[in-house]
Design a protein around this ligand. Sequence first.
Ligand SMILES: [Cu+2]
Length: 699
Amino acid sequence: MSLIPSRHRGPALAPWLLSCCLGSLHSPSAQAETPSPDSAVILPPVVVTAPLMQTPLRTQIDPRAAQQPQPANDGASVLKALPGMGVIRKGGIDGDPVFRGMAASRLNILVDGEQILGGCGMRMDPPTAYVFPDAFNRVTLIKGPQTVRHGPGGSAGTVLFEREPVRFTSPGTAFDAAVGAGSFGRWDAFTDARAGTSQAHVQVQATQAESGDQRDGHGQTVHSSYRRHSLDTTLGWTPDEHTRVSLRASESRASAAYADRSMDGSRFDRSHLGLSLDRRALSPLVQRVEAQAYVNAVDHVMDNFSLRTPPANPAQRMASNPDRQTSGGRLAVTLRPDDRHLLVLGLDQQSHVHTVRNSGMGGELASPYEARPRLEDARFDNLGAYGELTRALDDARRLVAGLRHDAWSAQDKRLSLSSGMASLGANPTAGQRRSQGLWSGFLRHERDWGEHTEAHIGLGHTERAPDYWELISKESANSTSAFASTRPEKTTQLDLGMVHRGGDWEAFASAYLSQVQDFILVQSQVSKPAGMGSRSTTIARNVDARTWGAEAGLQHAFAPQWTWRSSLAWAHGRNLGDGRPLGQIPPLEARLALGWDDGRWSTGGLLRLVGSQHRYAINQGNIVGQDLGATGGFAVASLHASWRWRQTVTASVGVDNLFDKAYAEFINRAGTALAGYDTTTRVNEPGRNWWLKLRIALD
Ligand SMILES: [Cu+2]
């Protein structure tokens, strides 16, 4: 009996499997082992269209691969290819990823194992706004509350943006680069250069991206331009093949136009420093020790004049500068008490300090934000401890269980409150502190059915503390502050998953049923009395909710060189407290892709079909977006072609939205009135656009 599934048995595969059980699909020494150019390799498609799940729990994609439709240069856009994943569009970039209708803190996003959160109280910057996809080698989605190892919350799922660890077996260099161009002034480039010996190495990754305003299918310009660049420098020390110490410094800069609001993001700066230690194979019992510490600073500026026509009255030029400092660390030990058990024990900690400063009286010209003091408005701390145990029942069956406890606390540092330019007076929860113990856990049964099929069933529970946007950025129904009244959200979810890989067929299916107690619902356009009249505001309140749905996919190599791929995602949500549909639940979506590939040349097409959505709850949703009403269905066709030379060079070209369809996604933001632009009900998706990408990998 062993933890290793029977069909994967064998000394050559064992490290892969062990690391798979440990939650990482890569071999620790894979880097710099260049495969023989003539070896028979089953090549993945050059252009990703309808990705499949690799295991019943996980889906992985290569963020550097060309994707159709071509994603924008941030993390959310790359995730949108995954079945069940959507993006709440705000402009050209920085949309919020939504999985199964669940956004923001319900989807844990980890970057290099770190939880980074944005600074903007208006949610301009989800964590994925600080992700430059080309700097990463792997994006993993873990569906459902089926892990406790990646921080608190994450009731809908967990997304990991990860880099391949570098280690050279002998002195050498390696180099990856790509350039891309496209319609609307799109331009992308990245370089990833590595040099070192078996003992030490240096890695420098630089990315650059920009786009002008996109045009929708009606030919109308959408206020959506952006510019972004990043630089990551990593120093690594690898005294032996089992030990790795990495020191990484990252800097990124970005700005983006927003089509859905009265301000643009003129600055999204991030500075980061992280130190990590990874030691494997310490003893037969101690398989791995990981330690990590990091500091992360997000400095964001939004204004109504630098990226759009400024207000005619100079006194109305406004800027706001929210800022978040995060520090954190984690420690994890993987133990293998015997051949049948694998136990991961861990601790993680994070602290967030949020500050803000705004233009003063008379606007940015009279009283610039730069001259005003940063005022701390909130502070959050979280300390978590967990254990995750895998037990092999026999060669084909495993039980995995996890338990986690978080000690969470938050402080409201605001002395007074305001809504837009209007003062709401003293903060009724000024100086208050909340502390809460939160439990999470899951139990999962995994089973291999023969050589080609894996399945699991799991039950998970997560208690999620309200985040900054649910406590500080919103009011409650009865108070101008939601700080004291918003209760933690408790999700209990049943997850099923299956993958099959055999011969010419590959298939997956996953399904879930979720009961959420105290779901934190955000409701906009709530009328509250103000003086003699009334004012409109956005509140957070708790309701009970239930969601269920499924994703499925099928891939068939039906003839030599021909493959047919498809995926389907369906979600359904019910607000039990109000007796109506739950807001921000996406409609049924299907992807049908046909591809031809002879190993060097390939071509294919994608048809994305999205159903209508008549189940909605006007003005209800999450911290990012609320329902705007029903949408009709649409179909979008896209074509691509590519050429590859060994594993060194790939070139791909594509046209997305071939028929220039004018459409908008159901989960969306409303378009705002902007001088020089047409006002749309929702922020529209891009019309027909061309792109090309050339990628070089020299190992
Ligand atoms: Cu902002």
